[in-house]
Design a protein. Structure first.
Length: 204
């Protein structure tokens, strides 16, 4: 029997998540495919929940790197638009292309696993940084950066939580994301044609 490490096992299980959920994956079958024993796998992961959490950690770490790379260049306005749209678009892509991984992430969100908490903290920190950068550059209005970042995060949560995306139609989520991005950009961008740059009021 081959003695594999955790990453090798997770790599193999990850491959199945395009067509199956983790609940549907047989650990005995995985062991046969890897030429090891179920006992060896369960020495490394005591339960499927541990496997799910490890998969979520890896996926979220990769996602945060992708977000950070996308925010490496561009104006504050471009960075803000990218960050506002990226989480919901990512969940849509995952649900459409890898429903098994979407299920893993939905479960992790429901259990408030550390990887999900870390992602939320990461997004909030990036929002604060971008807002402060936009103010410093004179592109954004004057407002309390921390309060606005938290408010934006709350708005994003409507479309960026994998549990919400999992329950809604992807077209509806995309439309919501577009509306939120447009509303926030309109709210924070400094209108140079106005004197004093008053924050606009939302009208229906």
């Amino acid at each position: 029997m081959t003695k594999l490490d955790k990453e090798q096992i997770l790599d193999h299980i990850d491959l199945h998540l395009s067509s199956l959920t983790l609940e549907q994956i047989s650990i005995a079958q995985v062991a046969r495919e890897l030429q090891t024993s179920p006992r060896h796998i369960f020495r490394l992961f005591r339960t499927k929940i541990e496997i799910a959490d490890a998969l979520a950690v890896r996926h979220i770490a990769s996602l945060m790197k992708a977000f950070a790379d996308g925010l490496a260049t561009g104006s504050p306005e471009q960075k803000l638009a990218f960050l506002l749209a990226s989480p919901s678009l990512h969940w849509i892509k995952t649900i459409e292309g890898r429903p098994g991984m979407a299920s893993v992430l939905t479960g992790a969100a429901g259990r408030r696993r550390r990887a999900i908490v870390n992602l939320r903290a990461f997004i909030l920190e990036k929002l604060e940084t971008i807002l402060a950068e936009g103010q410093k550059a004179g592109d954004f209005r004057d407002f309390d950066v921390l309060i606005w970042a938290r408010t934006m995060f709350d708005l994003m949560a409507v479309v960026a939580d994998p549990r919400m995306v999992h329950l809604a139609q992807t077209g509806e989520i995309t439309a919501r994301a577009d509306r939120i991005v447009s509303f926030i950009l309109w709210s924070v961008l400094r209108d140079h044609s106005r004197v004093g740059g008053d924050t606009p009021t939302n009208s229906s």
